[in-house]
Design a protein around this ligand. Structure first.
Ligand code: CUA
Length: 288
């Protein structure tokens, strides 16, 4: 492929440089394995991940081991004739039946897990957080002291009304908004209301093992989770949503309930306007 060593070296360097930008993101843990998990559903997702990894890993070793053994053992040799085989029905049935049951078990287990994650009703006392993606950032809306979030309507979402709320909605009077700044209390159920202003974005937090696309024209209000450890993570958009996709990310802090209360208390209600333009105090970096 390469005529000179220098050419090969340049190619490898270019590959390394481009790859290294992908590795430059902040990670609490090593880049070689899964980031740590802090959500309730994440433990089950990791469990099935490891089950599949071991199943396929062992199968790969067995299959390749047998293949290499046969290649060596039955290689062409002078004076040794080929053995003609017409197959073995018992073997065929056995190695078809076993995978069928393994795949069925994985499918049923995975389906049941998915149903629990996305079809179970979120706890009634869950903290409601509205998140609307736009090119290129995250609009967040939190309930004020009343604990109620203004009702979102995807048909009302406009440039100036990213959350698609009715300005007269009494539940929204004390809501506050932030931009690219998400903070949630540890241990409390959080229910998301996900929407989009323009194109498809994706809410993805590897540490939550949570991934949900946000399609314009819809509000997804069935996603919920609970965290079991504090930490600071990235809220990075995971759907190629335009030229600025790379810079669509915010901060995500999982903090103690006391820290959350202090953070929320410092926020001014966004009731007067439905605009996303956050006042300077709304992008404070308290507790960071
Ligand atoms: Cu929004 Cu990528």
């Amino acid at each position: 492929m390469f005529r000179t060593k220098a050419g090969a070296l340049a190619w490898i360097s270019a590959l390394w440089a481009s790859g290294s930008t992908g590795w430059a993101e902040i990670r609490e843990t090593g880049v070689w394995w899964l980031p740590r998990n802090v959500s309730n559903f994440g433990h089950e997702i990791d469990f099935i991940f490891y089950v599949i990894l071991w199943l396929t890993g062992i199968t790969a070793v067995l299959v390749f081991g047998t293949m290499i053994y046969f290649m060596v053992r039955y290689r062409q040799r002078a004076g040794v004739g080929a053995i003609h085989s017409h197959g073995n029905n018992t073997l065929e049935i056995v190695w078809t039946t076993i995978p069928v049951f393994i795949f069925l078990a994985l499918a049923i287990y995975g389906n049941e897990m998915w149903a629990r994650m996305r079809m179970e009703v979120p706890p009634a006392d869950a903290l409601q957080v509205a998140i609307v993606g736009e090119q290129f950032g995250w609009n967040l809306r939190y309930p004020g002291p009343d604990g109620k979030l203004a009702k979102m309507d995807s048909h009302k979402i406009t440039k100036d009304n990213p959350f698609g709320i009715d300005p007269a909605d009494p539940d929204g009077k004390d809501d506050f908004t932030t931009y690219n700044d998400m903070v949630i209390p540890v241990g409390k159920a959080v229910r998301l209301h996900l929407g989009s202003k323009d194109v498809i974005h994706s809410f993805y937090v590897p540490e939550f093992r949570l991934y949900q696309d946000m399609v314009p024209g819809r509000v997804y209000d069935f996603v919920w989770f609970k965290t079991d450890a504090t930490g600071h993570f990235q809220l990075a958009c995971n759907q190629l949503c335009g030229q600025g996709h790379y810079k669509m990310f915010g901060k995500l802090g999982v903090v103690t309930p006391a820290e959350y209360d202090a953070w929320a208390k410092g926020k001014a209600p966004a009731a007067v306007t439905t605009s996303t333009a956050a006042a300077p105090e709304n992008v404070s970096v308290a507790n960071r």
